[in-house]
Write a protein of this length. Structure first.
Length: 213
């Protein structure tokens, strides 16, 4: 079973990532099959969570734990898919899980280790000279649109999310999150075609043919 994962955060200063960073919403697409999907959100402003980050984090881990149990009963592995999740989303979720006593640090690391992870930032870096500076989700979206994939532009940015959160424009945050999750899902569903194009641009036609076979 595939889960497309993305989180949105609020940080008081640009350089305060991981130090004073607050998770404001976790978003997931449950990919039940190629045609069937289900969105799941854990927003800080939900009436049951009531602006309690600890409760948000615990609710998400409870949900993900249940997904893993269900997958195990069906002899399936949970596959987590996202963009920049290895360097940002997962480390922050582990940090918050430890902070709010979801489990021990070793237990949280084992929890995530037991799932397969596909990170399209990491997967795309060889086609950008192993550089991450200009490798953004909108870059991949532009490439996907150029080859005819049915993919929407991003709705706003991370900075916009902070403004929307301050102004309580929560529907815009969800719209942004859904667009990002959908974009990654489309790229994932067409990864051979997508990376064949990147390989051709980066390494030449023969390499692209080899890649698509």
């Amino acid at each position: 079973m595939k889960l497309y994962l993305d989180i949105e955060t609020n940080r008081p200063h640009e350089d305060s990532d991981f130090i004073e960073e607050e998770i404001i919403v976790v978003g997931v697409i449950e990919d039940l099959d190629e045609q069937t999907k289900r969105f799941k959100f854990f927003p800080l402003w939900d009436t049951e969570i009531n602006n309690n980050e600890g409760k948000l984090v615990r609710e998400f881990y409870k949900y993900l734990g249940n997904v893993r149990k269900h997958a195990k009963k069906q002899d399936k592995t949970v596959v987590i898919v996202g963009f920049n999740i290895l360097r940002f989303d997962m480390p922050l979720l582990i940090q918050k899980g430890f902070e709010y006593k979801v489990d021990s640090l070793s237990g949280l690391n084992k929890f995530w280790h037991d799932m397969i992870v596909i990170d399209y930032e990491q997967a795309s870096s060889p086609f950008y000279d192993m550089r991450f500076k200009d490798l953004r989700l909108e870059t991949l979206i532009g490439k996907a649109k150029a080859i005819g994939l049915n993919i929407e532009e991003r709705y706003g940015s991370g900075k916009d999310v902070v403004k929307w959160f301050e102004n309580k424009e929560y529907d815009k945050i969800i719209k942004h999150l859904k667009a990002d999750l959908e974009a990654v899902r489309v790229i994932d569903q067409h990864y051979r075609r997508f990376y064949s194009t990147l390989a051709k641009e980066a390494f030449g036609a023969q390499t692209a043919r080899d890649f698509s076979e």
